[in-house]
Design a protein around this ligand. Structure first.
Ligand SMILES: C[S@@+](CC[C@H](N)C(=O)[O-])C[C@H]1O[C@@H](n2cnc3c(N)ncnc32)[C@H](O)[C@@H]1O
Length: 280
């Protein structure tokens, strides 16, 4: 669970929040947090001089993992990045020769993506502001879709988002997405020893919510168990081809919120789902 508390946070806890309130809260939150997020993590994710496609805080990158398939096969393919932030993944894909479109709910995150887009360079990404619940792209027009912690950990209706991604992918297309590993929801979001003791039920799907003094949600994340994720992927029409739980590498000393070398060596922090749309 990503914890970056703004000044407006009066209450932090678990309570029901519907899909629209979730989207409104997260759009405002990412607009206000984008500058700090990019200042803190931008270089690790791949700044202006170095395009990288990182799947999560462990630092697993697509260049080595090749979860979308062989990198050499990306040139000329149509790729969509979901919840792109500053679109680091999209820039790397474009640098491999893919025609890449990336979208995000937050205008401020997209502003960072725009600033990093080099119109003269090889890695130019088409940028769109959109909600993953309604992807403004026609049916069966994309060959690959990807998301590194974008949209799916945040939305109330991840089944609906998976349905949208399935709609825009061509038969034979592939979706790969990463989210907070579901097991982390049973533990405090603490990178130190405090984050190693179970403090709540893994089975409690009540969203994590930060609220302002008026009780209005200002930041929301929604939990799905591992089984929930698998069932939603299959129900959307995908074949689940692989699940990757990256191990924490010895050479990564970096702490990112509740993700740290201490916890990373003992329990997974990220789950990456490789999903194929049958046909093609
Ligand atoms: C943790 S960031 C990940 C961004 C990027 N992949 C990265 O690694 O920096 C999550 C992103 O999801 C976006 N997001 C949250 N809810 C969304 C939604 N419903 N539709 C589209 N984007 C959304 C946020 O605006 C934010 O930029």
């Amino acid at each position: 669970v990503i914890l970056q508390k703004g000044e407006l946070v009066a209450d932090v806890g678990r309570r029901f929040v519907d899909a629209d309130e979730t989207a409104q809260a997260n759009r405002r939150w990412w607009d206000s947090a984008a500058d700090d997020y990019q200042a803190e993590h931008g270089a690790f994710l791949g700044g202006p001089d170095q395009a990288r496609f990182i799947w999560g805080p462990e630092g697993l990158d697509e260049e080595h993992a090749q979860l979308l398939g062989p990198t050499s096969a990306l040139a000329g393919r149509r790729v969509l990045e979901i919840g792109c932030g500053a679109a680091p993944c999209g820039r790397w894909l474009a640098a491999q020769g893919a025609f890449t479109v990336a979208f995000d709910l937050s205008a401020r995150q997209l502003r960072h993506a725009q600033l990093l887009n080099d119109p003269k360079g090889p890695g130019t990404v088409g940028l769109v502001q959109a909600d993953a619940r309604q992807i403004p792209i026609r049916d069966a027009s994309i060959e690959f879709a990807c998301s590194a912690y974008g949209a799916l950990p945040f939305v109330a209706d991840s089944a609906m988002v998976l349905g949208e991604i399935h709609r825009v992918l061509r038969p034979g297309g592939r979706l790969v997405f990463s989210v907070t590993h579901p097991v982390r929801w049973a533990l405090p979001d603490d990178p130190g020893p405090g984050g190693l003791t179970i403090s709540s039920s893994y089975f409690d799907r009540t969203p994590y919510v930060e609220s302002d003094a008026d009780g209005r949600a200002t930041y929301v994340e929604h939990h799905r168990t591992f089984g929930d994720r698998v069932r939603e992927i299959v129900a959307a029409g995908f074949t689940l081809t692989d699940v990757v739980e990256p191990e924490w590498p010895e050479d990564n000393p970096r702490t990112w919120g509740g993700w740290s070398p201490l916890r990373g060596r003992l329990i997974p922090g990220t789950a990456i789902f490789v999903c194929d749309k049958p046909g093609g």
